[in-house]
Design a protein around this ligand. Structure first.
Ligand code: GTP
Ligand code: MG
Length: 278
């Protein structure tokens, strides 16, 4: 069995089961659950198990990284969540925009129906959606460790904000089984599962297929290529050629081209893109 195969089977690792247990232990203290998803894939990045934590809590859903998502589709998602869930507050969020922070504090305080002196909020979600960055935005300082890869936060941590909130940062958690196999692929695009679980070339090819269909102009501009009626391998070649990613004369380096495409997407360089529609 290859190493990748083993990792695939063990992709719901022991530390996530532990993180899940620790979240359940803290729930009785919590007033507000702030669930964070990635606005570029709001449904795939939403852990269905979090509903078990929120039924008797105030619940806020943040579609974070909204600055990287397609604004038109984001609005459709807000409408969809309002119609199809009973979550109290649903917000587009950019953790680096202070206006969003001000609005979020206002919404949290609006949910303080019992007029508590200090509200306790738990921030949870899958890995790499920006939970710790959201906390830093609410504090106004870099108090938690962040990074664009899964599993940066290893344990829970309480932090207080100038607005008298107590925030609990939690490690990203996934759920043990994806009903839809596409979800695993989507989470690899977001960097929410380790990118060694799938072959990079396969993840990149599926991403490229989506981008060619929905965001052709962005691809043409970033990579200085023309799509015309090129098929997928030809588009790959064109990107490799444009970026000079060659193995030897006349032979393109698909691994480096795949890594380039995945990183450009993860870091928002391709443009404002949403990979899932309601
Ligand atoms: N563009 C953009 N990037 C963001 C935003 N929020 C977070 N990020 C970036 O996303 C990456 C992950 O952020 P973290 O806060 O570490 O994510 P996390 O959910 O705490 O991740 P784990 O602790 O690994 O579960 C970092 O590179 C952040 O800078 C946002 O609103 N917009
Ligand atoms: Mg974190």
């Amino acid at each position: 069995m290859t190493e990748e195969k083993i990792e695939y089977i063990q992709w719901y690792p022991g530390h996530m089961a532990k993180a899940n247990r620790e979240i359940k232990e803290k729930l009785k203290l919590i007033d507000v659950v702030i669930e964070v998803v990635d606005a570029r894939l709001p449904l795939s990045s939403k852990n269905p198990e979090i509903n078990q934590y929120t039924w008797n809590k105030q619940h806020i859903l943040l579609l974070n990284k909204a600055d990287l998502a397609d604004p038109d589709v984001s609005q459709d998602w807000i409408d969809w969540f309002k119609k199809n869930t009973d979550i109290q507050e649903i917000m587009l969020y950019d953790a680096f925009d202070r206006r969003h922070k001000t609005e979020l504090v206002k919404q949290i305080q609006r949910l303080n129906v019992k007029n508590k002196a200090q509200l306790k909020c738990m921030i949870c979600g899958i890995p790499n959606v920006g939970k710790s960055t959201v906390i830093n935005s609410l504090i106004g300082k870099k108090k938690t460790q962040v990074g664009n890869k899964p599993g940066v936060t290893k344990g829970q941590q309480w932090l207080s904000t100038p607005d008298k909130l107590m925030l609990l940062d939690t490690p990203g958690i996934l759920w043990p089984k994806f009903e839809d196999p596409l979800v695993g692929l989507h989470l690899a695009w977001l960097g929410s599962i380790k990118d060694t679980i799938y072959e990079k070339e396969n993840i990149a090819a599926d991403l490229l297929k989506y981008l060619v269909a929905y965001y052709p102009d962005e691809l043409e501009v970033l990579y200085k290529i023309t799509l015309d009626d090129k098929n997928l391998p030809e588009v790959f070649d064109a990107i490799a050629k444009s970026r000079g990613l060659l193995l030897r004369a006349g032979e393109y380096d698909y691994t480096r081209t795949s890594v380039l495409l995945l990183n450009d997407f993860k870091n928002g360089r391709i443009g404002r893109i949403t990979l899932e529609r309601p």
